[in-house]
Design a protein around this ligand. Structure first.
Ligand code: ADP
Ligand code: MG
Length: 353
């Protein structure tokens, strides 16, 4: 008998590069995601509709840049208390991969949720998310925070998640915005060396914490000593502190349905990621600028790890079609690629189908 599980990708509305510093973030799960079908079998077999490579056997390979590294990592880190028996895991998904919408986290959460249900392991969505994060960090080698897996595990229809990553814990934030909505715009820009640059930022913030003598969550630190930091680290720290503040302000604005303030905070967040944290890039900057130049766009920002990937925009519904046409043509002219517009409907989290 087979078990089918769907786990969504996510878009982060605001609060980037502070999840690994124990800060607040505001992701929402997307309608797009990854579906896994788990079938008990005589031998392990992992296949994906999106890749020709498959894995069979139980002589586990070390991670080598193959898609099934993620599945192997889930099984390697699965708790010994409920051993994984041989099974076939068939994967398919409709998220753009490598675009910052967390297809990798959704794959991890889908596989772990399937194992959890099959083996009656009793893991909570938070425990599933933490295990998925360990796969990414300990097996894949990306020192990511908890946001992506957490959003995939806990997503709620009609809501963003205000996640305190120092827990992690969250409260749901209703997103009833009336005449406006979120759009995810895929720049289709290649990400270059995202993993190493991402890890470099993580290392820089560790240096800030050590220089300032901060043991706990850096994003929550109450310090005025940043002047003592060298300029580059001061810049990084300014992003961390200001982004943490903006998340709180954005949540308040969302509660008041104040879309103008929400949009302004998104623009400020983009500038901070571009100028202070330096994780944006020419493509994302061009796309963000093309969006905010259009009437009806309330705000836009790069989202996720950066160095390519997607921009999230808050757009008045009656302007959405004309914004899409204008931005596609502007960005095609300036960067030679046609961006995709994906509807940002806040959606439910991982579930057995
Ligand atoms: P992102 O998480 O932003 O989409 P990553 O580089 O972290 O980008 O993860 C993308 C990787 O996740 C893919 O290269 C692949 O290894 C794996 N992956 C995602 N979706 C699938 C899928 N449907 N089938 C197989 N592997 C997948
Ligand atoms: Mg990923």
């Amino acid at each position: 008998m087979s078990l089918r599980v769907f786990a969504p990708g996510r878009v982060n509305l605001i609060g980037d590069h502070i999840d690994y510093l124990g800060g607040d973030v505001l992701p929402m799960a997307l309608p797009l995601g990854t579906e896994v079908t788990l079938t008990p079998a005589d031998a392990f077999e992992f296949v994906s509709a999106q890749y020709p490579e498959r894995w069979t056997g139980d002589d586990w390979p070390q991670p080598s840049g193959q898609w099934f590294d993620y599945v192997v990592g889930c099984i390697q880190l699965w708790p010994d208390s409920t051993p994984v028996r041989p099974c076939r895991i068939a994967v398919t998904g409709d998220l753009p991969r490598g675009s910052g919408l967390s297809s990798s986290a959704s794959l991890e959460v889908a596989v772990l949720t399937a194992l959890n249900a099959w083996l009656n392991a009793g893991l909570s969505p938070t425990e599933v998310a933490l295990l998925g994060q360990r796969v990414e960090r300990e097996w894949i080698g990306l020192n990511c925070g908890i946001m992506d897996q957490y959003a995939s595990a806990w997503g709620a229809a009609g809501h963003a998640l205000h996640v305190d990553c120092s827990g992690p814990r969250h409260v749901q934030v209703p997103l009833t915005l009336g005449d406006s909505g979120f759009w995810v715009v895929n720049s289709k820009a290649p990400r270059g060396l995202p993993g190493s640059l991402y890890n470099e930022r993580v290392a820089e913030t560790a240096e800030i914490a050590s220089r300032l003598g901060i043991a706990g969550a850096l994003a929550r630190a109450d310090v005025n000593a940043a002047d003592a930091l060298p300029p580059r680290l001061r810049q990084r720290f300014r992003h961390v502190v200001s982004e943490q503040r903006r998340v709180g302000q954005f949540v308040e604005a969302a509660a008041a349905r104040d879309v103008l303030s929400m949009g302004a905070l998104m623009n400020e967040s983009h500038a901070s990621l571009r100028d202070d944290y330096e994780v944006s890039g020419e493509d994302l900057d061009a796309l963000q600028a093309a969006l905010v130049a259009c009437p009806g766009v309330l705000g836009a920002r790069m989202t996720g790890g950066g160095f390519g990937g997607c921009v999230v925009a808050l757009i008045r519904n009656d302007a959405a079609a004309s914004v899409r046409d204008q931005v596609r043509s502007d960005y095609q002219t300036s960067r030679g690629r046609t961006p995709d517009f994906i509807g940002g409907t806040p959606s439910a989290g991982a579930r057995v189908l």
